[in-house]
Design a protein around this ligand. Structure first.
Ligand SMILES: O=P(O)(O)OC[C@H]1O[C@H](O[C@H]2O[C@H](CO)[C@@H](O)[C@H](O)[C@H]2O)[C@H](O)[C@@H](O)[C@@H]1O
Length: 247
């Protein structure tokens, strides 16, 4: 185990890159949080750092995001070898490979209709559709956070545990129960080029805790912003130093 120091000046113990697999969250981890999901900016130097990292760890670089896979493709193109989207509901294990989709219950159309009405009624809020759930964003109207939560909690009382409400960053996400980033990490680690390596998972949010726990369970390391890195810029600087040191 080795590695450069984090911005907090404590040396981070991670496996040698020749034995490591990197599984990285996207929003709030690789890129800074932005006012809207579309307005995220991928810093100019990040693609090159990630490509070097992928080369140094034998292609074992994955992005594990709450976003659908096509959005990660839009921002990062062919940089990661594998992508897990929607917190593990959709996984593409290799470049150009088929997307493996978990069999999940369909979101009741009534909830979607109610969610649309609710977000139409609150300027600054918005509804994001996902394959097996949806997100109520309130970054543009923080005062609406509580009402969105209350309404979504009411819909979920009829779900009999099939769906749950997940707190996200200035958002509430209605998610199917049973699949999380821990599942995604375990599934990715079963396949080439990840299998046999030690996972290094980095995230920033509550949903990343499952990924962190899974990485540790599998003999690797789980790191979190702001515990191990002050912010995404500090993580990017650490990754840049890591690839320079070993490159
Ligand atoms: O698992 P992640 O890759 O971290 O994705 C989590 C969610 O990210 C997006 O929403 C969040 O980021 C937006 C852009 O910075 C921000 O505007 C929003 O307030 C955040 O909640 C994305 O829209 C969600 O689908 C992801 O689940």
């Amino acid at each position: 185990m080795s590695g450069p120091v984090s911005e907090h000046e404590s040396p981070l113990q991670i496996p040698a890159l020749s034995q490591a697999a990197f599984l990285l969250d996207f929003d709030g981890t690789l890129v800074d949080i932005a006012p809207t999901p579309e307005s995220v900016i991928v810093p100019e130097t990040l693609p090159q750092v990630l490509r070097k990292l992928r080369a140094l760890c034998g292609d074992a670089l994955a992005v594990v995001s709450g976003r659908p896979i096509d959005q990660i493709d839009h921002f990062l193109g062919d940089i990661p070898f594998a992508v897990a989207g929607e917190h593990g509901i959709a996984i593409r294990h290799r470049p150009g490979g088929e997307i493996e989709k978990a069999a999940l219950p369909v979101v009741p159309p009534l909830w979607l209709a109610e969610a649309q009405k609710l977000t139409d009624a609150w300027p600054g809020t918005r509804l994001e559709h996902k394959q097996a759930g949806f997100v109520l964003h309130y970054r543009g109207a923080p005062e609406a956070g509580n009402i969105l939560k209350k309404e979504a909690s009411n819909w979920l009382t009829s779900a009999k545990g099939a769906f749950h409400l997940q707190a996200a960053k200035m958002a509430w996400e209605v998610r199917p129960t049973g699949i999380d980033k821990g599942y995604a990490v375990a599934a990715l680690m079963e396949h080439f080029p990840f299998a046999g390596r030690k996972p290094v998972f980095v995230g920033d949010d509550v949903t990343d805790e499952d990924g962190i726990a899974a990485a540790k369970r599998l003999g690797g390391v789980g790191l979190r912003i702001p515990t191990n890195f002050a912010n995404p810029a500090a993580l990017r600087a650490w990754l840049s130093a890591l690839v320079k040191e070993e490159g």
